[in-house]
Design a protein around this ligand. Structure first.
Ligand code: 4AD
Ligand code: MG
Length: 459
């Protein structure tokens, strides 16, 4: 395989012959010299090619346009010009694929809205190259974090008959056996795309000790927001013999590890995204890498739901669309944003009213709250949701019934409490929200290759 630009720059000695391929980003041309910026997706900065246009056949030269793909043979040299350390002198250039004047990514600033209308081509822009390299790096760091701490990567099912979150926003799975064929439930009972791998993950942890899942999850919420997708990726660790406090410690260490990893391994991408912030109407005063470094080292603040409500009630002058009047209501995004904004750092809110949380959360002794925790990040709001799980068999049956779930329908789950039950905890981190936080992309649709949202499931 031929070397990528990244490999050439990092492993090839100067004044060596190289062969490289890529897409032309930009061309500057004079009578005696032609400059091409070449990108192949391997690193944020393009590689500059320098050539003598008189030595390039006219049929090729006229097709060296933005977006065209080429293979180049030449010499790697220290750059004569400013702005880059390396360049390659063109000795031979082959055209792989033309891109004529209808190519939508002509060199000028494109809005993210426009790029969303050509998702299949946006991988060729600087912004999306940065985002998807960070997405890749984060995925690797996630596996490394858990692997180093003795967690097993468990593949929980995508098709399930359990509504883990009890929210009811499910996509049904039906077998389409063709025209005229009888439509009977393939699995014997209704089945859905999973909203979370947690319940299966719990069963895994109650035997394997520490596990994590990293998989797509699906929610048919009809929320057209900049924070919701119908298909998103979630990372869900589950730990036996772990209480809420231990759960929060892992969540905090996890988020901070991921941010540090990106700062260390994607400096070019972060520098590029930081530069892009200049185009934002109210751009932050502190540069992105410094903001991220701060979050990755400062302890997160821990407050209870009840303390959060007191803080929200004490707010001065801030008008909420959903006014906080009574204890017991769920926190809305605007409340979460207000908390992280006024407390000026990541906040972990614990001990929510049992009425607003899922059936599997462990009931506290006050009979009113559950051992839940949400991690809130500045600018994003909720990034993690988790809890200590109800490990007491009788209590679990009680809460299932209170939530309208028939325990005999989920005997496999309650069995884990009948036999050798232990305290255990876990949480879920939304991958796309984490990428949004790091890349400061306002819209969640810009951090996943092909977003699925209400009304949209094409490429
Ligand atoms: O708070 P959630 O619903 O928690 C669970 O699913 C638990 N079963 C997790 C667990 O304890 N194992 O979702 C967890 C996280 C949220 O904090 C958010 O980051 C993300 O998943 N998330 C979404 N991301 C994008 N689009 C959506 N529609 C999302 N819903 C949740
Ligand atoms: Mg949640």
């Amino acid at each position: 395989m031929i070397k990528t630009i990244q490999e050439i720059i990092h492993t090839t000695p100067l004044d060596t012959q190289v062969v490289l391929s890529g897409w032309i980003r930009n061309k500057r041309e004079g009578k005696e010299v032609i400059f091409l910026d070449l990108q192949d997706g391997s690193q944020q900065t393009p590689l500059q090619l320098v050539g003598d246009p008189r030595l390039i056949p006219a049929a090729i030269q006229r097709n060296l346009t933005t977006g065209a793909s080429v293979r180049v043979h030449g010499l790697l040299r220290a750059s004569q010009g400013r702005g880059q350390q390396h360049e390659v002198t063109i000795e031979k250039i082959e055209l792989l694929g033309k891109a004529d004047e209808t190519y939508p990514l002509q060199p000028k600033r494109h809005t993210l809205d426009f790029l969303r209308s050509i998702k299949h081509l946006r991988f060729r822009t600087n912004t999306f190259r940065a985002i998807f390299r960070i997405r890749h790096q984060l995925s690797q760091a996630i596996h490394r974090f858990f692997d180093q701490r003795g967690f097993l990567y468990l593949h929980t099912p995508i098709i399930t008959s359990a509504d883990a979150e009890g929210a009811g926003d499910l996509f049904a799975v039906v077998a389409d056996l063709g025209k005229g064929k009888e439509k009977r439930p393939f699995f014997g009972k209704p089945a859905y795309l999973t909203v979370s791998g947690q319940l299966a993950g719990e069963a895994g942890a109650l035997g394997l000790g520490r596990i994590y899942t990293f998989a797509p999850t699906f929610r048919a919420e009809n929320s057209n927001t900049t924070r919701h997708l119908a298909e998103f990726w979630m990372i869900e660790p589950e730990m036996a013999f772990c209480d809420l406090k231990g759960n929060i410690e892992v969540a905090e260490a996890f988020v901070q590890y991921l941010i540090k990893d990106i700062l260390e391994n994607c400096p070019q991408e972060i520098a590029f995204l930081s530069q892009q912030e200049k185009h934002k109407p109210n751009r932050p005063k502190i540069p992105l890498n410094e903001r991220l470094a701060q979050i990755s080292t400062q302890p997160f603040l821990r407050i209870t739901y009840t303390e959060a409500i007191d803080l929200l009630k004490a707010h001065k002058g801030k008008k909420f669309q959903f006014p906080i009047s009574t204890w017991g209501a769920d926190l809305q995004t605007e409340h979460e944003q207000y908390l992280v904004h006024t407390l000026k750092r990541p906040v972990v809110v614990t001990d929510y009213p049992k009425g607003v949380k899922a059936f599997y959360m462990r009931q506290n002794d006050d009979n009113k709250t559950v051992a839940a925790m949400d991690v809130l990040l500045p600018g994003i709001g909720e990034i993690i949701g988790g809890s200590q799980r109800e490990e007491r068999y009788e209590k679990l049956i009680e809460t299932m019934q209170a939530h309208g779930i028939n325990p005999t329908d989920m005997a496999w789950y309650t069995d884990t409490r009948r036999y050798g039950s232990v305290p255990h905890s876990g949480f879920g981190l939304g991958l796309e929200r984490m990428i949004q936080f790091i890349t400061v992309m306002d819209n969640i649709r810009d951090v996943i290759p092909f977003p699925r949202t209400p009304g949209k499931a094409e490429a």
